[in-house]
Design a protein around this ligand. Structure first.
Ligand code: FES
Ligand SMILES: [Fe+2]
Length: 459
């Protein structure tokens, strides 16, 4: 018995998807409704995408100590993400090897072992079966590795972000991330010590396909329309000084912001060039929050010239970083998309805090984090309700079977509008759909590939 068990991932294994010509379904300028509505395609995605490529699982700050665990999903696989007694991060299948029930029913905790609620089999947090009740009822040797929990064979972290894949041939994570890693570095490095800690989450569930959320993650075309009420609220008290996302109001493509596709389905919308480059440039854009003037005056009194660069740490970072298929860093949030069914998805928004590296002091860090709580109640997070309303209405529209296509051709075919850079990345104006055309090429590549997938068990 080897520790690795190969699992099939050929498209032919999964129902009717072998009947589809993927190049017909996803073309350069349009995608077919079936990719959002067909349960067989969804089932194939749960192996080819969620499993076939690196997928975000959790953040290291959620399991800081040995024996800490949290429960998450990789596609539809329930997982326990655990830091075992030796500090190794593992992604165990949260599925008892006896009859298959979920083993751990808690969101998080600290435990050296997990006892199955059904018949009491007990597993160490390394995944090994530790013991079963009344073992003399078994003729077999229960130390056979087949009884140890399945685990995701490859788990790697990039600066605190934990990813997993079942694909034995996937590139090492840092190589797979490629140029998007530089933008993640920038997102982290503006914070003291170059790190953040995950706080609690704001959880949404919507009745629509997960890709509709990813299609929206870099969409600069919808903002002025979908989020109009929020833009108006942000600016109600602002007078001449436009706040928040106001730069989307008039000709967004005339602004210095842009989108860039960096490969492997990853892209980002960079609104940072819209800011005034000075300490406090980001803070100046923050919409009105209760008590912010008090904090600002207090920071100036306590920190003098340094106050505004500290206040910038509370400001919502104007960049959306999207790591295919399920991770978005938006403002100061870590957003995760969790497919539930072909027409059902969780969107979970984890808030983040900064930590004291000695450069600010505990009081300053506490106050910045208090302000971050307020700013994280602002645009990106509370814009989600507008977006979800659209996702659900798209799903409804896509049930009209005769009207088959959705279009993603904005910017396509206009000379010099979409540029391929020397490093192979692609840049386009803020409202272009180039990001969507490109991430669908990666989606199609994964759906067409017979990947080398496996699960692992402790020997
Ligand atoms: S299903 Fe877990 S012990 Fe029976
Ligand atoms: Fe939006």
């Amino acid at each position: 018995m080897t520790a690795l068990e190969k699992i099939g991932a050929a498209p032919v294994r999964v129902g009717s998807t072998a009947l589809y010509d993927w190049d017909d379904l996803v073309q350069e300028d349009r995608a077919h409704r079936l990719i959002y509505t067909d349960p067989a395609i969804f089932e194939a995605e749960m192996t080819h995408i969620f499993g076939g490529t690196w997928t975000y699982l959790a953040h290291e700050s959620e399991i800081p100590d040995v024996n800490d665990f949290i429960t998450r999903n990789l596609g539809l696989r329930p997982l326990i993400i655990v830091r075992d007694a030796e500090g190794k991060i593992r992604a165990l299948y949260n599925r008892c090897t006896h009859r298959g029930t979920t083993l751990c029913r808690f969101d998080k905790g600290n435990s050296k072992s997990f006892q199955c609620p059904y018949h009491g089999w007990n597993f160490l947090n390394t995944g090994r079966l530790r013991g079963v009740p009344w073992p003399d009822g078994y003729a077999e040797d229960m130390r056979d590795p087949k009884y140890n929990l399945a685990q995701v064979p490859r788990v790697e972290t990039y600066r605190g972000f934990i990813f997993g894949t079942l694909n034995l041939d996937a590139l090492p994570l840092a190589e797979h991330l490629g140029p998007i890693a530089t933008v993640i570095d920038e997102w982290l490095d503006r914070n003291p010590g170059g790190r953040v800690v995950v706080c609690e989450a704001n959880r949404f569930r919507f009745k629509a396909n997960w890709k509709l959320a990813y299609d929206n993650s870099c969409d600069g075309y919808h903002v002025a329309y979908s989020h109009r009420s929020l833009l108006e609220t942000e600016n109600r008290f602002a007078g001449e000084n436009a706040k928040g996302m106001a730069y989307y109001r008039n000709s967004p493509d005339a602004q210095p912001m842009y989108m860039r596709y960096t490969g492997r389905g990853n892209h980002y919308k960079d609104k940072r060039p819209n800011l005034e480059k000075r300490p406090g440039g980001l803070w100046a854009l923050e919409s009105a929050h209760p008590g912010m003037e008090h904090y600002e005056a207090d920071f100036i009194r306590r920190y003098g010239d340094r106050a505004f660069s500290l206040l910038d740490l509370a400001g919502s970072e104007p960049v959306n970083i999207n790591v295919f298929p399920n991770l978005s860093l938006l403002g100061n949030h870590i957003q995760v998309f969790e497919p539930v069914g072909v027409d059902e998805t969780n969107a979970i928004w984890y808030g983040t805090m900064i930590v004291d590296d000695g450069s600010i002091g505990a009081d300053g860090v506490r106050d910045i984090n208090a302000l971050r709580m307020r700013t994280q109640e602002g645009f990106p997070n509370f814009g989600e309700v507008d977006d979800i309303a659209n996702f659900e209405q798209i799903q409804r529209g896509l049930m009209a079977v005769e009207d088959e296509w959705v279009y993603m051709n904005r910017g396509l075919g206009i000379t010099d509008r979409v540029k391929t850079n020397n490093d192979g990345t692609i840049t386009a104006p803020a409202t272009d759909e180039a990001f969507m055309r490109e991430h669908f090429k990666e989606w199609k590549r994964l759906m067409q590939t017979r990947a080398n997938l496996a699960i692992r068990r402790e020997p």
